[in-house]
Design a binder for this molecule. Structure first.
Ligand code: 13P
Ligand code: SF4
Length: 319
C-alpha cells in the first residue's frame, strides 16, 4: 500500500545518507526482507548475516533480527555502528542462558570444549571455545570429535540432542529451548502428512526430537530453503518460523508450502510459528532507528577481544 511504499522509500534514502546497509533474517516480516534485497543489503541465516555484516564496507549496519545478531555484528566489527529496529527483540535461548549460571556450569567441567550456539549473549560467547549456528554445528562438532574432544553444549537442548545423535559425540547439554520450535507437534504433523502424502517435511533442528524424526530434511533456515530447490516434491510441510515462506516461495514458486502444526489446535500456542521478537522488527522502527540513531547495539569493550575468537573460528571454519 501507499504507506508501506512511503516508508520503504524513506528508509532507502536514509540508508544512503547514513552510509548504512540493512541486514535481515529470514524470520523477519517479508516487507523488510524485500527492502533489504532492494537496497543492496542481505537476507540470510544467522551465519551469513554475521559474515555479510563484517565484510560489507558500510559504516552503519541495521540488523533486523534479534539482539544476539546485532551483538555478533558489533563483536565482529567494533568500529561500525550497529543499529537495530528495537533492542527489545531478544530470544528465549539467549534469555535462558544467563552468564553467571553458564559460567558456573563451565567451571564444573573444565575438561570439556565449550561450544555455544550463536543465539547467546556476548558474555556467553566470551566464555566459549567455539560459536556455531545451525548451518555449521554438525560439521564443527564432527571436527571436534575427530580431535577426541568432549563437548559442553549450550543453550538449545533440541539442537544439541540432534547433533549428539547424528555424530555420537560426547556432549553435555544445557537445557534451553526456542519457544517457537518447541511448539511443533509430532502427532498433528503425522496427521497432516496423511492429508498430503506427497509432501516432504522440512524441520529446523531446534524442534523436539519427535518432530525431527518425521523430517525428510533437517537443517538451518538456508538449508531448508535450498531443499525446496532440490527436492522434487510438489508440497512442503515446514516446521520453522513462517517468515521463511517469503524466500522459500521465491526459491520454489510452483510448490505449495504448508506450516507445520503447533500446539494442537493452533489457538493455544505461545508463538504459533512466528517468533514474537522477530516480529518486533517493523518499517517504522527501522526508520526511527536510522533517523534518530536510537537502539544502537553496544557491547562491553572488555568482552569483545575474547568473544571475537570463537566467532572468528566459526567464520574461518565455514569459509
Ligand atoms: P538460523 O541460524 O538457521 O538462521 O536460525 C537462527 C534462529 O534464530 C533460529 O530460530
Ligand atoms: Fe530465538 Fe526461537 Fe526466535 Fe530464533 S525463533 S530468535 S531461536 S526465540
Amino acid at each position: 500500500d501507499a504507506e508501506t511504499a512511503d516508508y520503504k522509500a524513506r528508509i532507502a534514502e536514509a540508508l544512503q545518507r547514513h552510509n548504512a546497509v540493512l541486514v535481515a533474517h529470514y524470520y523477519t516480516d517479508p516487507v523488510l526482507q524485500a527492502l533489504a534485497e532492494e537496497t543492496g543489503g542481505c537476507v540470510s541465516d544467522s551465519l551469513e548475516m554475521a559474515r555479510f555484516g563484517k565484510e560489507h564496507p558500510a559504516t552503519t549496519l541495521v540488523v533486523a533480527g534479534v539482539r544476539f545478531m546485532g551483538e555478533t555484528a558489533k563483536i565482529l566489527s567494533p568500529e561500525k555502528r550497529i543499529l537495530m529496529p528495537t533492542l527489545e527483540a531478544t530470544c528465549s535461548l539467549d534469555l535462558g542462558c544467563p552468564i553467571d549460571e553458564f559460567s558456573a556450569f563451565c567451571d564444573q567441567h573444565p575438561e570439556r570444549t565449550v561450544v555455544v550456539y550463536a543465539n547467546t549473549s556476548a558474555a556467553v560467547k566470551a566464555r566459549a571455545d567455539w560459536v556455531v549456528t545451525s548451518s555449521c554445528a554438525l560439521d564443527i562438532v564432527n571436527h571436534l570429535m575427530d580431535r577426541g574432544e568432549k563437548i559442553l553444549w549450550a543453550p538449545d537442548q533440541h539442537l544439541g540432542d540432534y547433533i549428539q545423535r547424528q555424530t555420537g559425540a560426547d556432549m553435555l547439554l544445557w537445557q534451553g529451548s526456542c519457544i517457537v520450535h518447541e511448539e511443533f507437534k509430532a502427532k498433528a504433523l503425522l496427521d497432516l502428512k496423511k492429508v498430503w502424502p506427497e509432501a516432504a517435511i522440512l524441520v529446523h533442528p531446534e524442534s523436539p526430537a519427535s518432530v525431527v524424526e518425521l523430517a525428510d530434511v533437517v537443517g538451518s533456515t538456508s538449508q531448508l530453503i535450498n531443499a525446496t530447490r532440490t527436492l522434487p516434491n510438489p508440497v512442503f510441510i515446514v516446521a520453522t518460523d513462517r517468515g521463511i515462506f517469503y524466500k522459500m516461495q521465491q526459491a520454489a514458486p510452483d510448490r505449495r508450502l504448508i506450516e507445520a502444526p503447533t500446539a494442537g489446535d493452533g489457538a493455544t500456542c505461545r508463538s504459533c510459528a512466528n517468533c514474537p521478537w522477530m516480529a518486533m522488527n517493523t518499517l517504522p522502527r527501522v526508520l526511527q532507528s536510522l533517523e534518530q540513531g536510537s537502539d544502537e547495539i553496544l557491547v562491553d569493550p572488555q568482552l569483545i577481544p575474547r568473544a571475537v575468537l570463537p566467532l572468528q573460528r566459526m567464520l574461518d571454519f565455514t569459509r
